[in-house]
Design a binder for this molecule. Sequence first.
Ligand code: PBG
Length: 338
Amino acid sequence: MATSREDAVSLDQGRLVRRPRRLRRTETLRRLVRETALAPDDFLYPLFVVSEHDTKREIASLPGNFHWSPDRLAAEAEEIARLGIPGVLLFGLPAGKDELASGAYDDEGVVQQAIRTLKAAVPQLLVVTDVCLCEYMSHGHCGVVWNGEVLNDPTLELLARTAVSHAAAGADVVAPSDMMDGRVAAIRAALDTAGFSQVPIMAYSAKYASAFYGPFREAADSAPQFGDRRGYQMDPANVREALREVALDVEEGADVVMVKPALAYLDVIAKVRERFDLPLAAYNVSGEYAMVKAAARQGWIDERRVALELLTAIKRAGADIIISYHAKDAVHWLREEG
Ligand code: PBG
């Protein structure tokens, strides 16, 4: 911050002394003083698995991303690992839905099959699983519904069963995204009892009721059939509440905490980073990705430069882990710039 005295020094004898532009003059100088650098290690790449055979189908709302059948995942896993991306975040579209989300904790379910395939194909690639019930519920809500209400406590048992089933199939990390109160503690207890005390929990701690999830709900077929998620996901207007949510998840045993979405919530990421010392993930969600894709297709923005600028902003705000549909592209671009 320039004080008036510094300004005087800076203009000493009519000479301009402070010239921040000196360090911007060449790319090598800029590299030397750059504060934030993206790397392949920063990313997790989301994958959507469908209960089909021999399927690789582009997702209309997420161009460049695909619906995969478990039997086609091995080659994709190899490519992701070859790029140096540490892991994937798995979502499942089950064969059938019901009122108890039984597909979520079916040991032969689509995610469980995908986990086994991925771990067999590329053991060192981390498989992180999204633990939620919305894709498996006929009504599309993230919990058990009774009389039009999403019930908290009865949902915890189903989430815990889902997490244990994922761990039993070989998941390296489980990531609850449902926003029920107390789910981190319930999942931790169930994992420990089942012999999975080594499996970390990456908690979607501050997950907002965001309109930016639109393209995902098409991709995951998980739009609620009535109402919305504002009764359990957070109000976009709140930041102090996000800190309370993170504190609760830390108390309950979360190993990694998350802010989601990322771009409209960079202030939340920065505040969580300041207040907590756990690894912090940020989810660059489907709507954020789709906006960039759509504008780029119109020729209005340069996709590569905009995407790298946004991902850098997420890291600069304080995220250690970035979940992004642009992860693979970003690594390709970083290598080309390299
Ligand atoms: C499941 C879940 C959602 C996302 C991740 N896990 C959708 C939702 O909460 O409605 C959104 C991811 C994205 O938009 O990219 N509950």
